[in-house]
Write a protein that binds this ligand. Structure first.
Ligand SMILES: Cc1cc2nc3c(=O)[nH]c(=O)nc-3n(C[C@H](O)[C@H](O)[C@H](O)COP(=O)(O)OP(=O)(O)OC[C@H]3O[C@@H](n4cnc5c(N)ncnc54)[C@H](O)[C@@H]3O)c2cc1C
Length: 425
């Protein structure tokens, strides 16, 4: 039997501002569209569809935002992972489509926060930091790209000294500050979007793991106590998805962990992050951090650990945080949690279908806050009959790992060793 789970031990779950409980799916229900999974992809899809007038049911195994969407770093990162592959596939005519899609997720988030009055601590301001000269070169290329397209937000390269002034550490040799990216409380965003979706008629079921999907001109999504029969189904389970055998081996489930300190005194805040910027390093095995609204440092990264014990997570992350901010020695840590990121081998997000009316979207490879929102819009327009942007993703053949469901952890460990070596170059 599959058991359902409450939210994880995160700062986000402890500070969520919506405690709505949705019912368990029972009996035989019908809808135009049934969405499986209530993370950003699922909720975003449902909300876009509801705005277009569709009757939508969302079926979630645990709670709204229980997966990566309610656990992540909250960094609103620009761009789509795997853009170089996408640019190759699209050719020169595709440059404008790609540029527009790069920022579409941010735009959707901002509009939704305004339209539906979602309280999720949304802030502009972000720095990509450089550890090696090649990172600075990549940032200069990004600057040129932004300039070429008249990027409407402020952006600037920071020297090592300016980086120290901005984020209070000597750990980096420079940075690219981009005020069009930002950060937010991801669980409160997801819950707010779910609330908006319900206000437009969407029905959400929680604690209702989907066990099978019976394909057909009307597909039937079946749980232990009920079913939803729908014209279309959207699979939005990402790295937590476990039902559809046709999708095995498409994603590497990579664990990432975050800890949250106690709220920091204002003197420290002014020293380490006076402009309240989100910070992300350029490594494959990356570190990311930012302040929460109540001025905790939320510090995240990967560890060689597969469990969920907050004490072990804190022990792994603490030395890494102190390397960047030695002045935080002795600061208490209140929370530690982890989650699974769906990473694709070629880094390109995957959109496709496993039957004419059963679609999926997944594998944002660490850029999910932004790209899930784009994906929801694309899923909705695809169901409404416009395939142009869906095809941009669907035309890039995903790399499938044979037997990956049996050897997932070993594959991830091997992949991480490879990327660790690349980071050292
Ligand atoms: C620790 C961590 C830090 C991250 N940091 C960032 C960041 O700072 N910035 C960024 O852009 N991205 C980040 N990401 C990635 C980002 O969070 C994800 O890309 C994004 O949230 C994926 O959203 P999703 O809705 O596709 O999947 P999820 O949020 O994982 O949701 C999938 C849902 O599907 C449900 N589900 C699965 N199977 C079934 C089933 N059979 N029946 C019913 N329901 C089912 C699950 O219970 C889950 O709730 C991070 C991820 C993690 C884990």
């Amino acid at each position: 039997m599959i058991t359902t789970q409450p939210h994880t031990t995160s700062y986000y779950a402890a500070s969520r501002n919506d405690l709505t409980e949705h019912p368990v799916l029972q009996g035989e229900q019908t809808a135009d569209v049934c969405v499986i999974g209530a993370g950003f992809t699922g909720i975003s899809t449902a909300l876009h569809l509801a705005e277009r007038g569709y009757k939508v049911h969302v079926v979630e195994a645990n709670k709204v935002g229980w997966g990566a969407s309610g656990r992540n770093g909250g960094q609103m990162i620009g761009g789509i992972s795997g853009e170089d592959k996408m640019a190759q596939s699209l050719g020169p005519e595709g440059e404008k489509i790609l540029w527009d899609m790069r920022w579409a997720g941010h735009q959707i988030i901002r509009e939704r926060v305004n339209t539906y009055h979602i309280d999720c601590d949304l802030k502009n301001g972000y720095v990509d930091v450089a550890i090696k000269p090649r990172h600075l070169r990549a940032m200069q290329d990004e600057m040129d790209y932004l300039e070429k397209h008249n990027y409407p937000f402020e952006y600037t390269m920071l020297s090592a000294e300016q980086t120290r002034d901005a984020i209070g550490t000597d750990a980096y040799i420079g940075a690219l500050q981009n005020m069009g990216n930002g950060h937010l409380h991801p669980l409160n965003l997801c819950l707010g979007e779910a609330r908006a979706a319900v206000s437009l008629g969407v029905t959400i079921y929680e604690q209702s793991p989907v066990l099978t999907i019976e394909p057909g001109s009307k597909a039937k999504v079946v749980t232990a106590d009920g079913s939803v029969t729908a014209d279309f189904v959207v699979l939005a389970g990402n790295a937590y998805h476990y039902i559809e055998p046709k999708m095995r081996g498409l994603l590497l489930p990579v664990s990432s962990f975050i800890m949250a300190t106690a709220p920091l005194p204002d003197t420290i805040v002014q020293q380490i992050n006076p402009q309240d910027l989100a910070v992300c390093d350029p490594n494959y095995i990356l570190e990311y951090f930012r302040l929460s609204a109540d001025k905790r440092l939320l510090f995240g990264g990967r560890c060689n650990y597969y469990g969920s014990d907050p004490e072990i997570i804190k022990r792994h992350l603490m030395p890494r945080m102190l390397k960047i901010y030695p002045q935080l020695a002795g600061v208490p840590v209140d929370y530690g949690w982890g989650g699974t990121i769906g990473v694709t081998v070629n880094r390109v997000p995957q959109m496709g279908r496993i039957a004419p009316n059963i679609f999926y979207s997944q594998g944002y490879s660490g850029h999910g806050v932004n790209v899930t929102h784009l994906a929801g819009q694309i899923m909705a327009e695809t169901i409404a009959g416009t395939f142009e942007r869906f095809d941009v993703f669907a035309n890039i053949k995903p790399v499938r790992l044979p037997g990956q469901h049996l050897f997932a952890q070993q594959m991830v460990a091997l992949g991480m060793m490879f990327y660790k070596l690349r980071d050292k170059l």
